[in-house]
Design a protein around this ligand. Structure first.
Ligand code: ATP
Length: 357
C-alpha cells in the first residue's frame, strides 16, 4: 500500500511538532524517519496510524483519504519501542490476539488461526517459543514476537517506532539485519522511526531526515550520506569534523590557513561558513602532498575494527582533528603517537550561514 502525506502540520499549544510535512512512500518500500530526539518522528508515525490527529494536511493510504479514520479502520501494524506484549498471554496467544478479537463474520477459524500464527512465528524464528510467556523471553525475542503479532492481521502498512532501542548494541545489529531480510521476503510497506543513523543507513531503502518538525533531506542512504543537502544533515549523519572559516578566492580560510575546497564552494565569496569533513576523507602522509596541507601531531591512536582512528593536534584548531585511515595504510606509514604528519583536507564541504543542531 502506498502512503501519501500531504502538508501535515501538528501543534501542541504554541509548539509546532510537525511543520507542513509532505512525504510519499511507495508500496513495498522500507523508509526510515531519522532525526534527533523531539524532532517529530513519533508524532508523524502516530498521525499515519490514526492514533493522533493532524491540525492540517491529510494522509492518503492507497488513494483513500484516511486522515480522520481511527487506527482500527486503517489496517496498519504497529511495533513500539517497549515490547507491548500481553504479559498474561503466551506467545501463541499474543500473536493470535488480533485475529481472535475480530467480529465473528471476519474471524478466521481456529485451525486457520493456528496455521497463521505458526507461519508467522516461523517467519520471526520464534516457533520454538509457542508456549512461553513474555517474561521468559529476552528483549530481542519479545520484539520479534511483537512483530509477528503486528503482522498477524495482515496489515497493509507496518509502522515501527524505535523497536530495538531498548536492546543492547549487538542484539540491535542482529535484529536490524534480520528485519531487513524479513522485509525483503514479505515486502510490506514499512516506516521505521529511529534516531540512530547507523540503523537507518543499514536498514532502509530511503531515509528521511527530520529536524524541528521539517524534512531536511530524503533519499537513498548512500546518497544522503555522500551528499548531505545542508550542514544539519552533514552533522547528524556520520562522524564529522567541523571548522569555522571564511570563504575567499574559492578557498575556505580557517585562521590564516587557506584550505583548497574548490569542488564544493558554489560561488560564495567573502562569507562566513563552516567546513565539514568526515574522518575517513582526511588524507594523512609523511610527506607534504600540496601547499594546503596542515602539519599535525598524532595525540592518540585507536583501533576501530578495520580502521585506525587518529586524533591530531594542529596549531590552527583548538579542537583535535579526528581522522580514520585503513589499517594497511597505518601499517605502511608506521605511524606512532606524538609523531608529526601532513594532513590533507581538500575534501572539505563548505556550507555558508548559520547552522545549529
Ligand atoms: P524521540 O526520538 O525522543 O522519541 P520524536 O522525534 O519521536 O522524539 P515526538 O515524540 O514526535 O518526537 O515529539 C515531537 C515534539 O512534540 C516534542 O518536542 C514533544 O515534546 C512534543 N509533544 C509530543 N507529544 C505531545 C503532547 N501530547 N503534548 C505536548 N507536546 C507533545
Amino acid at each position: 500500500m502506498s502512503i501519501e502525506i500531504n502538508n501535515v502540520t501538528k501543534r501542541y499549544a504554541d509548539y509546532t511538532a510537525l511543520d507542513n510535512i509532505s512525504l510519499s512512500v511507495e508500496t513495498g518500500e522500507l523508509i526510515a524517519l531519522l532525526g534527533p530526539s523531539g524532532c517529530g518522528k513519533t508524532t508523524l508515525l502516530r498521525i499515519i496510524a490514526g492514533l493522533e490527529t493532524a491540525d492540517a494536511g491529510n494522509v492518503i493510504l492507497e488513494e483513500r483519504d484516511t486522515t480522520n479514520l481511527p487506527a482500527r479502520e486503517k489496517n496498519v501494524g504497529f511495533v513500539f519501542q517497549h515490547y507491548a506484549l500481553f504479559r498474561r498471554l503466551n506467545v501463541f496467544e499474543n500473536v493470535a490476539f488480533g485475529l481472535r478479537v475480530r467480529p465473528s463474520a471476519s474471524r478466521p477459524s481456529k485451525s486457520e488461526i493456528r496455521d497463521r500464527v505458526g507461519h508467522l512465528l516461523q517467519l520471526v524464528q520464534m516457533e520454538w517459543a509457542l508456549n512461553r510467556y513474555p517474561s521468559q523471553l529476552s528483549g530481542g525475542q519479545r520484539q520479534r514476537v511483537a512483530l509477528a503479532r503486528a503482522l498477524a492481521v495482515n496489515p497493509k502498512v507496518l509502522l515501527l517506532d524505535e523497536p530495538f532501542s531498548a536492546l543492547d548494541a549487538k542484539v540491535r545489529q542482529e535484529l536490524r539485519r534480520w528485519l531487513r531480510k524479513l522485509h525483503d521476503d514479505i515486502h510490506v510497506t514499512s516506516i521505521f522511526v529511529t534516531h540512530d543513523q547507523e540503523e537507518a543507513l543499514e536498514l532502509a531503502d530511503r531515509i528521511v531526515v527530520i529536524n524541528k518538525g521539517r524534512i531536511e533531506q530524503q533519499g537513498p542512504p548512500q546518497e544522503v550520506y555522500d551528499h548531505p543537502a545542508n550542514a544539519f544533515v552533514y552533522n547528524f549523519i556520520g562522524n564529522v569534523n567541523v571548522f569555522r572559516g571564511r570563504i575567499r578566492n574559492g578557498k575556505v580560510v580557517v585562521g590564516e590557513h587557506p584550505i583548497d575546497a574548490r569542488h564544493t564552494i558554489d560561488g560564495h565569496e567573502d562569507k562566513e561558513g563552516h567546513a565539514f569533513i568526515r574522518p575517513h576523507e582526511i588524507g594523512i602522509s609523511r610527506i607534504r602532498s600540496g601547499p594546503g596541507d596542515l602539519v599535525g601531531i598524532i595525540r592518540d591512536i585507536r583501533l576501530m575494527g578495520g580502521q585506525i582512528g587518529l586524533e591530531l593536534e594542529t596549531p590552527l584548531f583548538d579542537k583535535p582533528i579526528e581522522a580514520e585511515i585503513p589499517r594497511e595504510t597505518w601499517r605502511n606509514l608506521q605511524l606512532s603517537k606524538d609523531e608529526e604528519v601532513f594532513i590533507t583536507l581538500d575534501k572539505v564541504k563548505v556550507f555558508t550561514g548559520d547552522y545549529s543542531i
